[in-house]
Design a protein around this ligand. Structure first.
Ligand code: DGL
Length: 281
């Protein structure tokens, strides 16, 4: 890709390894309904959470490039694993070569910015994929912004497969959600806020609220990321001008389009007619 690429107004790209990013897209569209969006789910290669840094980076970069080829000027990585493992490298090493005028934003920093307003004890639990927890991205970002806070991470390797396999309401979900909540809270009795640090997890909210003690604030990212994007576009009018305003949304998946459409329709509360795509490797 070279710098002769057009900067005409285009949809905002929203990327996730699978269905999880829909929990972010839904909230973004509530707060910013005027823009056009393209959602890309790499369902064929989900979950990313157990994959190496290198693979998550390669897969994410392929998706970002694809969205850029569709004209997107701004891409949101609606995926904590990709935000933890690929965002910085893409921003620092790839964007300057691909097109320095385009932007890729993640979901971890906006979430961490909010935590200070929510926790009173300063003891924060984080649920995430094994990749996100092992990357210590939340620990690092929270230490920068709230140095007195203590972070307790817990990886939930079964939660994403439960969502991707449409088992969010089943008995298996009860078993794993309860087990992981108990394991996180056993680390510290003073945890008063738990970040759902994976965009798939809000899709298990029914089970999470069933087993989470009510005194604990469960932090969902969708609304936080949406408000942060709104603020970003207010502060960057040059980017705002390059976001097309038609109120439309296209859905792309690397897996079966019919399967994607039927589940996605439930999450976003509207008819979804997804298109299958193949990413260049
Ligand atoms: N939804 C993604 C996240 O926020 C990734 C889940 C996965 O593919 O493992 O981490």
């Amino acid at each position: 890709m070279d710098h002769t690429l057009s900067h005409n107004a285009a949809p905002i790209g929203v990327f996730d390894s699978g269905f999880g990013g829909l929990s972010i897209l839904r909230e973004i569209r509530k707060v910013l309904p005027q823009y056009d969006y393209i959602f890309l789910g790499d369902n064929a290669r989900a979950p990313y959470g157990t994959r190496s840094f290198q693979l998550v980076y390669e897969f994410t970069l392929q998706s970002v490039k694809y969205l850029f080829e569709q004209g997107c000027q701004l891409v949101i990585l609606a995926c904590n694993t990709a935000s933890a493992k690929a965002l910085r490298t893409i921003q620092q090493n790839d964007l300057p070569h691909i097109d320095p005028a385009r932007r890729v934003l993640g979901v971890i920093r906006p979430t961490v910015e909010k935590v200070g307003e929510i926790s009173h004890t300063g003891h924060i639990g984080v649920f995430g994929t094994p990749g996100t927890i092992q990357s210590h991205s939340y620990d690092i970002e929270i230490a920068k912004m709230h140095p007195s806070f203590k972070v307790y991470g817990h990886a939930c390797p079964m939660w994403v497969p439960l969502v991707e396999n449409r088992e969010s309401d089943g008995d298996g979900a009860d078993y794993f959600v309860k087990k992981d909540i108990d394991a996180l809270l056993a680390q510290c009795a003073d945890i008063d806020a738990v970040i759902l640090g994976c965009t798939h997890y809000p899709l298990l909210m029914g089970k999470i609220t069933k087993y989470m003690p009510p005194r604990i604030h469960v932090i969902e990212q969708g609304h936080i990321v949406a408000e942060s994007l709104k603020d970003y576009l207010r502060r960057h009018p040059e980017m705002e001008a390059r976001c097309a305003k038609g109120g439309t949304c296209q859905y792309l998946t690397t897996e079966d389009a019919r399967r994607f459409s039927s589940l996605a329709s439930v999450f976003v509360n509207e008819e979804v007619d997804a298109r299958h795509i193949t990413l260049a490797t």
